[in-house]
Design a protein around this ligand. Structure first.
Ligand code: SF4
Ligand code: SF4
Length: 400
């Protein structure tokens, strides 16, 4: 009841409406659970307009577990038929075949040159969400180390990222292989289930979690590398979603690639090409939530000679991407992105690095709308691009 979380909440900051604040939403959720308020469109909207950025959770001095509370509340709403999730997105993330077909379709669309034509029409909006060059490389189940093997890990590829962010995933594999890690990429892995969980379909989310737990348990590894912090947060939550020792083991094995690289000793073996560019680090809310110690990405990129690194101001709030939030509430999402774009307009930036695919897509669309030239990369892709050996190295092929 203290309200200390209010100034940290992006939707409250925009609306100044207590119903759009963490404290207000908790009060609504409680009234709903205690059957003191009926399910209504207004009640649903206040709860659904929460981005689940969990900035309130970080700010709360009483340790209120807001994220879990809201997942349960949305489950209750889902059971009452209230759900504004994007059905196509949910289907795509559940059915791998459909996702692969979409990936191939988008690749052909980009190759065909039609995307330039499409810019003149409504469907050109899709271009803003896509990276400059999509790839449809087939995954191998195992990528052996290129130097004496110091360990084996597995890679979680994700659903959307496995088609729209192959550059990051292949850079991750290539870098890991170069520094002595073999990488397993199990074919049967699926989406983390975040969209289903956050839209109240916890049954489907549990089924997706069970599949991933089983697939990765079959491998002889003790680390599962993730590259998208949005997925990492959900994968870390499997131990809460499913009450079983295998779910606990799975969640304990999750390690974000930035965190993994900052915790092992490898830098002295590798040289990076200088890069005289202005880099801006964007920290996704999910990155702050999974507690990658502040400054680690700066430290990693700082190994590139001549690089100039800045970070977005600490007080900058959620960019508004929030999984499918940017599709469900595009106006609010665009409003929340505005400070990031304004910062880029005032501080010329060559490359913005972010570790979450959703934020990358949403901010890229804003950059294109504003006519800026800033490129968006994952920190690991930038590292891989600058490897001094890239001229004759498989990393170069992986990144190109
Ligand atoms: S999760 Fe984010 S948007 Fe939702 S109430 Fe908390 S701070 Fe506000
Ligand atoms: S969630 Fe925490 S910070 Fe927000 S009002 Fe409740 S106790 Fe205070």
């Amino acid at each position: 009841m203290c309200g200390l979380c209010l100034p940290h909440c992006p939707t409250y900051t925009q609306t100044r409406n207590e119903n759009e604040s963490p404290r207000g939403r908790i009060a609504i959720a409680r009234a709903l659970a205690e059957k003191n308020l009926p399910v209504s469109e207004t009640l649903f909207r206040h709860l659904d307009q929460c981005i689940l950025c969990r900035a309130c959770e970080r700010a709360c001095p009483s340790g209120v577990s807001y994220g879990h509370l809201m997942d349960k509340t949305r489950q209750l709403l889902h059971e009452n038929g209230m759900n504004k999730s994007n059905k196509l997105m949910q289907k795509l993330t559940t059915e791998k075949k459909m996702m692969k077909t979409l990936g191939t379709g988008l690749w052909f669309y980009q190759q065909s040159g039609l995307h330039w034509l499409a810019n003149k029409t409504g469907i050109g909006k899709i271009n803003a969400l896509l990276p400059e060059k999509l790839s449809i490389k087939k995954w191998q189940s195992f990528y052996p180390s290129l130097s004496p093997e110091r360990g084996r890990v597995a890679l979680f590829t994700g659903c959307i990222a496995s088609i729209t962010d192959q550059e990051t995933l292949h850079s991750t594999i290539a870098l890991l292989n170069l520094i002595g890690f073999s990488v397993n990429v199990p074919e049967q892995q699926g989406c983390c289930g975040a969209l289903h969980l956050h839209n109240g379909d916890s049954q489907q989310a549990k089924e997706m979690a069970q599949n991933n737990i089983q697939v990765f348990a079959e491998l002889d590894i003790n680390t599962i590398i993730t590259t998208a912090t949005g997925c990492s947060t959900t994968l870390l939550d499997y131990s809460t979603l499913i009450n079983s020792p295998s779910a606990d083991t799975f969640s304990m094995q999750i390690k974000d690639i930035n965190q993994f690289l900052s915790e092992i000793d490898w830098q002295q073996e590798i040289k990076f090409l200088p890069l005289e560019k202005n880099i801006l680090i964007h920290e996704p809310c999910s990155q702050k939530n999974i507690k990658i110690p502040h400054g680690k990405i700066q430290q990693l990129l700082g190994q590139i000679p001549s690089i100039n690194i800045n970070t977005l101001p600490e007080k900058m709030q959620c960019c508004g991407a929030g999984g499918d939030y940017m599709m469900k509430y595009p106006d609010m999402a665009a409003q929340l992105r505005e400070p990031v774009i304004a910062y880029l307009q005032q501080h010329p930036t060559d490359i913005l690095v972010t570790s979450n695919i959703g934020c990358a897509m949403h901010i890229r669309a804003g950059i294109q709308q504003a006519g800026l030239q800033t490129e968006i990369l994952h920190p690991v892709t930038l590292l891989a691009k600058q490897l001094a050996e890239t001229r004759d190295n498989p990393v170069a092929q992986a990144v190109s």
